[in-house]
Design a protein around this ligand. Structure first.
Ligand SMILES: [Zn+2]
Ligand SMILES: [Zn+2]
Length: 221
């Protein structure tokens, strides 16, 4: 299993990175990204810490740990610039906190996100056809989430994304250990999103595509 959207207590998760990662390894994860919430107040503090611990954990725990960041409530027109700053600080997986219907995310967040050099648009709420088209063209993955409330629009998101050939990934947005992936959670989430159970293989391939970009240093990541 691969999960490219998780939180630790460097933002609002309950676990320290080492415990989150070890618990994921215990559940047979192959790879995990730590993507704590960041904005202009904390990116320069949080990201280097996550970069450092990701290396230590990858070297010692037989699980590939990617340092990332979730751009959260960033003014939409600054998403591109903030992404660039996060990459300079060492973040490999850039997730944008999309316009979930469970919250009041600034309008235009989804559209700005798919135009920036990000990896994943998380819980987009309702994805427009235009957003899906741009995501497909820019190879930005669209998230299907296992997270409560955010997951309510998964079926609509999956439908529009697939119509426009945008690629889907499955992430947990875990804030606590029982949010991490299990076979049962995957099965239930895919069914509710209107996807076949074996569609998870394609989502895994899409997640691996993101990871291999980083491993090969493509786009100088
Ligand atoms: Zn959070
Ligand atoms: Zn999140």
């Amino acid at each position: 299993m691969i999960d490219l959207h998780t939180h630790t207590f460097f933002s609002d998760g309950v676990l320290i990175p080492s415990e989150l990662v070890y618990r994921a390894k215990f559940l047979n994860y192959a790879a995990i990204a730590i993507t704590d919430h960041i904005d202009y107040s904390n990116m320069d503090f949080v990201i280097p810490k996550i970069v450092e611990v990701s290396k230590v954990l990858t070297d010692n725990y037989e699980i590939f740990v990617l340092p990332g960041a979730e751009l959260t409530y960033i003014p939409p027109k600054l998403i591109g610039a903030a992404t660039e700053k996060c990459r300079k600080l060492g973040a490999k997986i850039i997730v944008v906190h999309g316009e979930t219907k469970a919250e009041t995310v600034p309008p235009q967040t989804n559209l700005s996100a798919v135009k920036a050099d990000i990896d994943i648009l998380a819980h987009p709420g309702f994805l427009s056809e235009e957003e899906a088209e741009i995501a497909a063209k820019n190879d930005i993955k669209i998230e299907i989430t296992t997270r409560n409330f955010h997951k309510k629009t998964n079926d609509a998101v999956a439908r529009v994304a697939l119509q426009k050939s945008a690629k889907l990934v499955l992430n947990t947005d875990a804030h606590q250990p029982d949010n991490l992936l299990t076979k049962q959670i995957i099965k239930e989430t895919l069914a509710a999103a209107g996807l076949e159970e074996n569609y998870y293989e394609i989502m895994l391939k899409n997640s691996r595509e993101i990871i291999s970009k980083y491993q090969k240093g493509a786009k100088e990541r």
